[in-house]
Design a protein around this ligand. Structure first.
Ligand SMILES: Cc1cc2nc3c(=O)[nH]c(=O)nc-3n(C[C@H](O)[C@H](O)[C@H](O)COP(=O)(O)O)c2cc1C
Length: 88
């Protein structure tokens, strides 16, 4: 990694577009907590697999709609911030 630290985003990832936004903002990967628990509580291991399959399908769909071929191609300028400037 040449001294660089990979960024992992954890918390609030609920749909594929959340993953795309995280990648655009510099994350290498995202973590998923409660959606996995929700799937587990509804249908056990099959429910967890279903939740992950939904997220994967949503991610693939979002990438396609952005004209991107893979998660590794998400550019930084895909997310535009036009709100107030951050405090120094
Ligand atoms: C049932 C449950 C147990 C968790 N246990 C821990 C834990 O032991 N240590 C920890 O650092 N985070 C724990 N977390 C936090 C998750 O790792 C994650 O940071 C959090 O769920 C935020 O992601 P989410 O919005 O997708 O749920 C737990 C979360 C859940 C739902």
């Amino acid at each position: 990694m040449d001294g660089r630290v990979p960024v992992l985003l954890d918390g609030g990832v609920r749909r594929g577009t959340d993953v795309v936004k995280a990648l655009a903002l510099g994350a290498r990967a995202v973590a998923i907590g409660r959606p996995v628990v929700w799937g587990l509580s509804v249908a056990g291991a099959d429910g967890v697999a279903h939740v992950l399959a939904l997220l994967r399908a949503e991610l693939a769909n979002a990438l396609t709609l952005c004209g991107l071929g893979s998660a590794g191609q998400v550019p930084r300028d895909l997310v535009v911030t036009d709100g107030p400037a951050a405090a120094p």
